[in-house]
Design a protein around this ligand. Structure first.
Ligand code: CTP
Ligand code: MG
Length: 235
């Protein structure tokens, strides 16, 4: 089997605040995307990384990859992304050479995922799961609400799912390639992760242990945490 990683990196990063596209923002002096690429290439199981660049930024991303030291044994492709994360992932999948039968999808915004997590996801797909997600038990109790029509207005609680049964999902998510392609061809509507598309096909998605350092850089405080984690690694 051969495994490729698709890295959607085409988002603006609106929640992070004004500046360059999120994937190109610096973390420890190096673009977040380069950290994410290295995290995928660090796995011996990954032999191709497909970066889905901002629609007008493919050339810039290509030169970034060329300018940073990356493992020799890994191939890299860059394709322009789309309007939504889902579309960006689909464009990345379309660029995959036929010989790859396992696909990881990894957010550029999760630059610090440890290689052991990547390997655990690949292993579970190799063992036969059509879709695998790394996840952790949430620290907070989670409530379902009736969302307010006006932001900031109080929102009625609809339900409190039993916390012990909940998992907060990370990436890389791993897939049998044919399954993920079929999911992208048949599932439409708002989705926030790839595995949920496979669930909608009626297939079983399995969870493996995630890692605290696989958190997503979404808001400014996440960048503070990411800098601290990186500084600790460099000690
Ligand atoms: N992404 C993408 N194409 C899009 C939107 C998002 O490739 N049209 C990617 C982002 O670059 C990111 C990943 O999907 O690596 C996870 O998305 P998110 O954290 O939401 O990033 P952004 O969409 O950039 O951030 P925001 O939602 O705050 O604008
Ligand atoms: Mg987004």
């Amino acid at each position: 089997t051969r495994t490729a990683a698709v890295i959607p990196a085409a988002g603006r990063g609106v929640r992070l605040g004004p500046g360059a596209p999120k994937a190109l923002r610096a973390l420890g002096g190096t673009p977040m995307l380069i950290h994410a690429v290295r995290a995928m290439a660090a796995s011996r199981g990954v032999s191709l990384v497909v970066v889905v660049a901002p629609p007008d930024g493919a050339a810039e991303v290509r030169s970034l990859l060329d300018a940073h030291a990356l493992p020799e044994r890994t191939d890299f492709l860059v394709v322009p992304g789309g309007e939504s994360r889902q579309e960006s992932v689909r464009l990345g999948l379309e660029a995959l050479p036929h010989e790859y039968d396992i696909v990881l999808v990894h957010d550029a915004a999760r630059p610090l995922v440890p290689v052991d997590t990547v390997d655990a996801v690949i292993e579970a797909v190799r063992e036969g799961a059509p879709a695998v997600v790394p996840a952790l038990p949430p620290a907070d109790t989670v409530k379902e609400v009736e969302p307010a029509a006006v932001p900031g207005e109080p929102e009625p609680v609809v339900a409190t799912p039993e916390r012990a049964r909940l998992r907060a999902v990370q990436t890389p998510q791993g897939f049998d390639r044919g399954t993920l392609v079929r999911a992208h061809e048949t599932v439409s509507g708002d989705v926030t992760d790839d595995a949920s598309m496979v669930e909608r096909l009626g297939l079983t998605v399995v969870v493996v242990p995630g890692h605290e350092e696989a958190f997503k850089v979404t808001r400014p405080l996440d960048l503070v945490l990411a800098e601290a984690v990186l500084a600790r690694r460099r000690l």
